[in-house]
Design a binder for this molecule. Structure first.
Ligand code: 2DT
Ligand code: MG
Length: 212
């Protein structure tokens, strides 16, 4: 390796846990201490596939449930070449949602099993660290109303939370549960500690393949 690779760091969690805020703060803090870092998010609504997904989430279109699941996965796969390139260049990627949201959200729908939902994402770049921002449904409710998009109801979010809990039992993934009920700085400090550890460890390891 010409230079040490960057780490693939993912933030997951239910709505209102603060994923996006924390991803932004993490990228800034890493850059400030001289570690190249960039933020990504899934779904990436900017691509052709991402626009189909975005219209579906905004309830401007209907898509069959298996179909939209595969589109979410395709939206990750289409980014893989650029992700690998950046990691090889030594850039740490901080990702707002990944395959875990994919499996948790679809498997929370009736008629889907977690195993089927994981399959399309098998072999994606494996995150060096996945932080789950843990927030109870009652604390999430205190942070305000859900939005207008599809899936933004407390009943569905509770089902999603249960699926995440099943996914977190997988010891092949480096899960860290973060208490998201603390203040923004407290959560950030926690996330920064885990991230610096992951960056140091990743430097000496090959990038893995998810769920393989
Ligand atoms: P944002 O509000 O973070 O833009 O998410 N989702 C996300 C899925 O159902 N499958 C996936 O693979 C991913 C990445 C979670 C938009 C919504 O899309 C859901 C919330
Ligand atoms: Mg949202």
């Amino acid at each position: 390796m010409a230079c040490k690779r960057g780490a693939l760091i993912v933030l997951e969690g239910v709505d209102k846990a603060g994923k996006t805020t924390q991803c932004k703060k993490l990228v800034q803090a890493l850059q400030q201490c001289g570690r190249p870092a960039e933020m990504m998010r899934f779904p990436d609504r900017s691509t052709t596939i991402g626009q189909l997904i975005s219209a579906y989430l905004e309830k401007k279109s209907e898509l069959e449930d298996h179909t939209v699941h595969l589109l979410f996965s395709a939206n990750r796969w289409e980014m893989v070449p650029s992700m690998k390139k950046k990691l090889e260049q030594g850039i740490t990627l901080v990702v707002d949602r990944y395959a875990f949201s994919g499996a948790a959200f679809t498997s929370a729908k009736p008629g889907f099993c977690l195993d089927w939902c994981m399959k399309p994402d098998v072999g994606l770049p494996k995150p060096d660290l996945v932080m789950f921002l843990q927030l109870s449904p009652s604390e999430a409710a205190l942070r305000g109303q859900f939005g207008e998009e599809r899936y933004e109801t407390s009943v569905f979010q509770r089902a999603v939370q249960q699926k995440f809990e099943q996914l977190m039992k997988d010891p092949s993934v480096n899960w860290q549960v973060i208490d998201a009920s603390q203040n923004i700085e407290g959560v950030h400090n926690n996330i920064m500690d885990h991230s610096l550890n992951a960056i140091n460890t990743a430097q000496n390891q090959l990038l893995g393949e998810l769920w393989k």
